[in-house]
Write a protein that binds this ligand. Structure first.
Ligand code: HEM
Ligand code: HEM
Length: 180
């Protein structure tokens, strides 16, 4: 039986469900961003893929907050990366992934909070429309797309390290402590 909480030799079921579930949702989110970037406005595939971008983006934002809290609760029980240079680089890489997972949707949500249009999520009003927009709240969203693509590159590096380095080269079981 898999443990709910993390252990020093393997991640628990909550961490794993969040990790792999969010990995699938991030793939769908990057697909939607790629359609926005690559396809013309009236294209039907672009419309279908772009149509869920905001809803899925907010869902991912809520999930990463939950995952962060769960990670902090489990911090002292989690598998260690070791104190050597590569171990510290792995920990820094994970911290960067977390920072961008919060920042990328965060800057867009801040912009929505300061906009004339407001924001609804699953039929609920999150931010009511304002009479006049607030410039400083909208400014960081200029970086949303760029930060999103940097996150995509970081994820590719993360996958290359997990599968290429840990699983195929070092064969140290790092992949299986997340895969279960
Ligand atoms: C983790 C969640 C998210 C990721 C990874 C993400 C990623 C991206 C990326 C990579 C682009 C650039 C597409 C291009 O180059 O054409 C983009 C654009 C956009 N996203 Fe997101 N996004 C997320 C969440 C959100 C949220 C929550 C909102 C709205 C509240 C949003 C609204 C937009 C809009 C309006 C654009 C087009 C304008 C622009 O590039 O800033 N996104 N997103
Ligand atoms: C095929 C895709 C993926 C594979 C094979 C993979 C593999 C792994 C493995 C093996 C670990 C454990 C590393 C260790 O303890 O040393 C891990 C942890 C982690 N991964 Fe992934 N990963 C994938 C996708 C993603 C995506 C899309 C994200 C975020 C956008 C992500 C973010 C993280 C983070 C933040 C951790 C640290 C543990 C945690 O807090 O969840 N991964 N990944």
């Amino acid at each position: 039986m898999s443990r709910v909480q993390d252990q020093p030799d393997r991640y628990g079921v909550v961490t794993r469900v969040l990790h792999w579930g969010m990995a699938i949702l991030f793939a769908a989110q990057f697909l939607s961003a790629a359609a926005h970037w690559a396809l013309p406005r009236e294209n039907a595939i672009r419309e279908a893929l772009w149509g869920y971008h905001v809803t899925l983006g907010i869902t991912l934002f809520l999930l990463v907050l939950l995952r962060g809290v769960w990670g902090l609760i489990n911090l002292r029980r989690r598998p260690s990366h070791g104190g050597d240079l590569l171990g510290r680089a792995a920990a820094a890489g994970h911290a960067a992934l977390y920072a961008l997972m919060v920042l990328v949707p965060g800057v867009r949500l801040l912009a929505a909070a300061g906009s004339e249009r407001g924001l609804t999520y699953l039929g609920m009003t999150v931010f009511a429309p304002r009479e006049t927009g607030i410039a400083w709240m909208r400014a960081p969203a200029e970086w949303h797309g760029e930060l999103g693509w940097i996150l995509a590159l970081l994820v590719l590096g993360h996958i290359a390290m997990a599968v290429g380095w840990h699983h195929l080269v070092k064969r140290d079981g790092a992949l299986s402590r997340m895969a279960g």
